[in-house]
Write a protein that binds this ligand. Structure first.
Ligand code: DHB
Length: 512
């Protein structure tokens, strides 16, 4: 039972004024209407109840981020619907490990990056008058994922599901004393606290609190995967206690993760294994080949240590076999689906423009090296994540105290160019990495309370991280016996979500 002490205490309240800081008020909604265009292009009129900026911890550090919105459909195309037992889509809008706030949203899907600057400096993007638009973040940074996530949420609402949109602290938040309060593990702790809040309000928040389906893209996809992998892990307990999180389970039932930027401490090596032969960056500069080769060598060791095998009977996944695996398991099927969906004329044109693809018997075939040439310039330099000059968002994500950016790999620390006294990672880093990496909870210490259903998606032209990252996540979950639906979107880049209708149908299937 999720409710425990808090639920029991609140139960006597009987729908009157909230009985405590973590008691959801079923009556505190506004009634809104929206039009949701489904994937067939059909419009649906949806009336829903909207709860805004509900603080989800008793001792918040920053309510702007530690609050959530709830949307519950009550009428779809003129027919009353009862969502009291419906699945709950728990959709974060984190991008770039930045802060994400839902506090200014005026309806479902209105989350931006929440202003970003500490102290509320820059205003956040416009409050999304059209809920289908993605919301720009502050500092000129746009959450690349806003549009995709927004689509999931709106389609879920029109399918009759409850949608919870949590905010979360992010890496750039700093208090007046210069202390960073949104770096790792703040975002995952916040999302867990939000899940606990929902669970502890069983019977007050509409929806089935035992059918929470998490979703997120990129850094948000990483956090969604982590939420799925680390459910009820005791490692987070001290952090949750400090925030006054509700006393309830933070396990989620299923996980949706789009282009998850995760397994960060191994991502530099994986990146060079994948994109290392693409020596030119999209900026036009050439990547340091010595660094690339050293990192690439590290990948072989790491990948071997996982002892994973591929889906569908593919053997061991190693640095030697992974190219074949990606091509056969993911890339050729992705191209096949794409090409099969084109008209004969468009297909012929595409194949003429891309002669590296063989098309026979309704199937696409090509080599890994031709695929890499097709993708072309890589997005990031080497190392892609733990930069020698501490310049990446991930360096900031592993900042602590008044230090805004730190190394989180031995290799990065050893090659530091910022004049640090120590050439080693800080003593607290290994524990922080465990708190941030779903692979720890799937491989090192398999977590029995993890999500058992995984929806993972990634564009084939997404070079924000290695294509192996999500494939490893899928293989690790699959090895534990979980149901895994992992596909790559052909020729799509970072943040793509080209089958949101299928995701919403999948929710019904796995929660049914
Ligand atoms: C995101 C993208 C990145 O390339 C990265 O390193 C971290 C996060 C993002 O889009 O969320």
């Amino acid at each position: 039972v999720g409710g425990t002490a808090l639920g029991a205490r609140a139960a006597g309240g009987g729908g009157s004024a909230a009985a405590g800081p973590l008691v959801f008020d079923p009556d505190a909604y506004t009634r809104l209407t929206t039009t949701v265009t489904d994937t067939d292009g059909t419009d649906h009129a949806v009336t829903y109840h909207f709860w805004k900026a509900v603080t989800y911890v008793a001792d918040p550090v920053d309510v702007k981020y530690q609050s959530l919105n709830v949307s519950v459909p009550v009428e779809i195309d003129g027919t009353a619907v009862d969502a009291s037992g419906a699945p709950i889509l728990f959709a974060n809008s984190v991008g770039g490990y930045m802060p994400s706030s839902v506090a200014d949203a005026t309806g479902i899907g209105g989350a931006g990056m929440g202003g970003g600057m500490p102290g509320g400096g820059a205003p956040s993007g416009s409050p999304a008058p059209s809920a289908s638009a993605s919301a720009p973040g502050a500092n000129g940074s746009t959450n690349p994922t806003g549009g995709a996530l927004d689509t999931n949420q709106r389609l879920a609402l029109a399918a009759g599901y409850v949608v919870v949109e949590p905010g979360a602290r992010g890496r750039i938040l700093k208090d007046s004393g210069g202390t960073y309060y949104g770096t790792a593990p703040a975002a995952i702790v916040d999302l867990k606290a939000a899940v606990r809040y929902v669970r502890s309000n069983r019977g007050r928040i509409p929806g089935d609190v035992d059918r929470i389906v998490s979703a997120g893209t990129s850094a948000g996809g990483a956090l969604s995967a982590l939420l799925g992998a680390s459910g009820d892990s005791p490692l987070y307990e001290p952090y949750l206690k400090e925030l006054g999180a509700a006393d309830a389970s933070d396990a989620v039932f299923a996980t949706g993760a789009w282009c998850p930027i995760t397994d960060l401490e191994h991502a530099d090596a994986a990146y060079e294994w994948n994109w290392g032969t693409n020596v030119t960056q999209s900026t036009g500069s050439t990547v340091d080949q010595a660094v690339s080769k050293q990192l690439r060598a590290q990948f072989a060791e790491y990948q071997a240590s996982l002892r994973l095998t591929g889906l569908n009977g593919f053997g061991p996944l190693t640095a030697r076999t992974y190219d074949t695996y990606l091509v056969e398991q993911y890339l050729e099927p992705s191209a096949t689906t794409y090409l099969a969906g084109l008209s004969a004329a468009d297909r012929a044109a595409y194949l003429a423009a891309n002669p590296f693809i063989g098309w026979a018997g309704g199937k696409a075939r090509f080599s890994w090296s031709d695929f890499l040439t097709h993708v072309g310039a890589r997005k990031k330099t080497a190392p892609a994540f733990d930069a020698f000059d501490l310049s990446t968002g991930e360096n900031n994500e592993f900042g602590a105290g008044t230090t805004g950016a730190r190394h989180f790999t031995a290799y990065g620390a050893r090659h530091d160019t910022t004049g640090l006294g120590s050439r080693r990672v800080a003593a607290d880093i290994p524990a922080k990495l465990r708190l941030m990496n779903p692979m720890y909870h799937l491989v090192d210490e398999p977590n029995p309370h993890r999500a058992k259903h995984w929806w993972i998606r990634l564009g084939t032209k997404d070079s924000d991280t290695s294509l192996t990252v999500s494939a490893n996540l899928a293989a690790a979950a699959h090895r534990l016996g979980d149901e895994v639906d992992h596909r790559y979107y052909w020729d799509e880049g970072h943040g793509a979500n080209t089958d949101p209708g299928a995701f919403v149908a999948w929710i019904a299937e796995v929660t049914g």
